[in-house]
Design a protein around this ligand. Structure first.
Ligand code: NI
Length: 139
């Protein structure tokens, strides 16, 4: 009963619908509007659930920076040692002569993981970065 498919109507501007149909097409022949809407709703629910304080989450924080940037690497290192019990692993890739990419896997209370990610993202010299959160709970 809980997994029976229910139908509902959605109204949206034509140009938005055209962009949505292009997204459906990019996701492959096996996808249709309903499946892509379900995917997007599940993504939104996971994202929303991960932002509730007290929820245990895993996070992957991807950052790009210039390793010549003053004391940035020391600060990155110090923060990760300060939170050693929440930093599960770090992968470092040398992108080119200047740029480094790191993926830092984090675990803990959602608020703590977001605070830790914000500390890292706020360091001077970080060019860009993004935190992606996940929980074990299925939606
Ligand atoms: Ni590097």
């Amino acid at each position: 009963m809980a997994n029976d498919l229910m139908r509902f109507s959605v109204a949206m501007p034509e140009d938005l619908l055209m962009q949505f149909d292009a997204l459906v097409a990019r996701r492959g022949l096996a996808r249709n509007r309903s499946e892509v809407v379900r995917d997007l709703v599940r993504d939104a629910l996971v994202e929303d659930n991960c932002r509730v304080p007290g929820v245990e989450v895993m996070g992957s924080l991807t950052i790009v920076y210039d390793h010549h940037s003053s004391d940035l690497q020391d600060k990155l290192h110090s923060i990760q040692h300060d939170y050693y019990d929440h930093v599960i692993a770090t992968t470092h890739v040398h992108v080119d002569h200047h740029a480094c990419l790191e993926v830092i896997i984090l675990r803990g209370d959602s608020l703590l993981v977001q605070t830790l990610a914000d500390k890292i993202l706020g360091l001077k010299g970080i060019k860009n970065g993004k935190l992606v959160l996940a929980t074990a709970g299925a939606v």
